[in-house]
Structure formats: C-alpha cells, structure tokens
Design a protein around this ligand. Structure first.
Ligand code: SAH
Length: 273
C-alpha cells in the first residue's frame, strides 16, 4: 500500500490558479503561496518515491514485529516464520490497518478483538513446547476455538497438518471465511458452531488452542485431546488471580495442568449466534 506516485497532481491546478490572480498588496502573500506549495509538493514527492520500507505490504514491517517479539523473549522460530508470511493488516478493518504491526489487540466487530501478536506468538510457542510438537516439528491436527477474523487460523495453517477452527458468531465466521479465501488453505476447515463442545467427528486433536476464556476448561476439550497432545487456553486462575494461560498435556495416565502468565481474553460463551 505504499504510495509511490510523484508530485501529487492536485497541487498544480491550485498553484496555477493562485499565480493567475492579479498581484496587489492584498494578495501579495497569496501569490507567494504557490511556490511554497510546489516546494512542499517536491518534498512530498521525494519522500514518497524513496523506499521507506514502511508500506504495510513490505516484508520489513513484519520483520520488525518479529524482531520485537524476539527481543521480548519469545523463542519459537516456526511461529516467527509464519508471522513473516501472513499479513496481519489484511485481517483487520482498513481504518485500523496502520496499527496492525503494533503489539496491540484491535477490535474486529461484534464486541470481539484480534489478540495482540505477542500473545498469539506466546500461545503457539507454548503449543510447540509439547513433546509431540518437538518430536514432529509441527502441531499435527489442530483445533482452534474462536476463529475471530482468522489471523491466528492462517498462522496455524502453516504450523499444523490440518486445522479445524470454530467460531460461534455468524458474522465473524463469514468474515474469517472471506479473509482466508484468497489463501486457498486446503488444510483449514472453518465451522460455525459452539467450540465449547469441541468437534467430536474430527477428534482427537494433537493441539487445541482457545482464543476465549471461561471459568473452567470444557470437558469436551480434555476428552478430544490426543494422548501426547497439548492444549493452551486462557482460563480463570484460582484464588482471584484473574485470567491466566493454562497448558494441559495428556499422557497415557491422565492430564497434567500448568499455569502460566496473566492474560486478558474475551469470554468463552456457549451457544451460537
Ligand atoms: N484468534 C482470533 C481471536 C478472536 S476473539 C483472531 O485472530 O481474530 C475470540 C473469539 O472467540 C471471538 O470471535 C468469539 O466470538 C469466539 N468465541 C467465544 N466463545 C466461543 C465458543 N464457545 N465457540 C466458538 N467461538 C467462541
């Protein structure tokens, strides 16, 4: 989206109009203005035609985002390489596109938000720390709850073998469908449904990731996690700690929970709208 045009054409008619005005004491200042405008236009042109590297289509903006995440301590090369490929700005409203590479969550409509890049990267990093992902180098069969605008789904599509993503709000399901269409991601299936139920016909899943948090983890998610699989989700921590990231790993003998950093996700709700 970088503008590479030369001197903005709108300025020339304006400048010529002003020049043709009779030079009198009253307009003397105005007759000088076109020259200032031309100078400013030339400056603009020089700035716009120089390779700024700040255009949203430039790989540099994504590289800078990844560099910041690395500086913050995230160590997950697979998620970085996916983040370098997926243009986050294409998943948010045009008016917000300029903020797409800042580490901030942004509204996606219907009271929901796209998670900030550091949280997305951290959650995927936690999935990759699982024994299964470390052995195989990918996330296997993935269940995502809370498709939202589809940005994280696009990342997961590059990190797993297959991705099934569930969204309960029809308008967001439609938005994600449209956002992901240009990518022709054969391995991704979007479902309009209640993700609290998981997706029994496609279970078990090697990796489960939720973008909305409740008081407890739905039993369906635990049941649908494969042995050796990993789940990462926000959840209300015990003793008034607020919402935290929870990791669950399933072994042959049961489920092991670990609690991680505090987060702030939209609520997990049942039913579809
Ligand atoms: N990862 C998304 C984040 C969207 S916000 C993105 O990149 O845009 C979380 C989403 O979870 C919201 O769209 C919300 O509607 C959805 N959600 C909440 N409860 C849900 C449920 N039970 N099933 C499916 N989606 C749910």
């Amino acid at each position: 989206m970088s503008r590479r045009s030369g001197v903005p054409p709108a300025r020339f008619p304006l400048a010529l109009d002003r020049l043709s005005q009779p030079a009198s004491a009253g307009t003397a200042r105005e007759t000088l203005r076109p020259q200032r405008l031309l100078a400013a236009a030339a400056q603009d042109a020089a700035r716009q035609s120089a390779p700024s590297g700040l255009g949203l289509d430039s790989a540099l903006v994504r590289q800078r985002m990844v560099d910041r995440l690395r500086a913050e301590g995230i160590r997950c090369e697979p998620v970085f390489s996916a983040m370098l490929q997926v243009p986050r700005h294409a998943f948010v409203d045009t008016a917000l596109a300029g903020q797409a590479y800042e580490d901030t969550s942004l509204p996606i409509g219907h009271g929901q938000t796209i998670s900030k890049p550091s949280v997305v990267a951290r959650m995927i990093e936690l999935l990759f720390e699982g024994a299964r992902a470390r052995t195989h180098g990918h996330l296997g069969k993935v269940l995502e709850i809370g498709t939202g605008c589809g940005y994280q789904t696009a990342l997961l599509a590059r990190l797993g073998q297959r991705v099934l993503s569930i969204e309960r709000l029809r308008p967001l399901f439609d938005k994600a469908t449209a956002n992901l269409a240009p990518w022709r991601l054969d391995a991704v299936r979007l479902v309009h449904g209640d993700g609290m139920l998981g997706h029994p016909p496609n279970a078990p899943f090697d990796s489960i990731i939720a973008a909305a948090g409740g008081e407890v983890l739905p039993q369906a998610w635990l049941d649908q996690l494969s042995v050796g699989g990993r789940l990462v989700a926000p959840m209300q921590g015990g003793r008034g700690t607020g919402q935290v990231l929870v990791v669950v790993e399933r072994s042959a003998t049961g489920w092991q929970h670990t609690q991680h950093e505090a987060v702030h996700f939209v609520p997990l709700k049942s039913g579809v709208l």
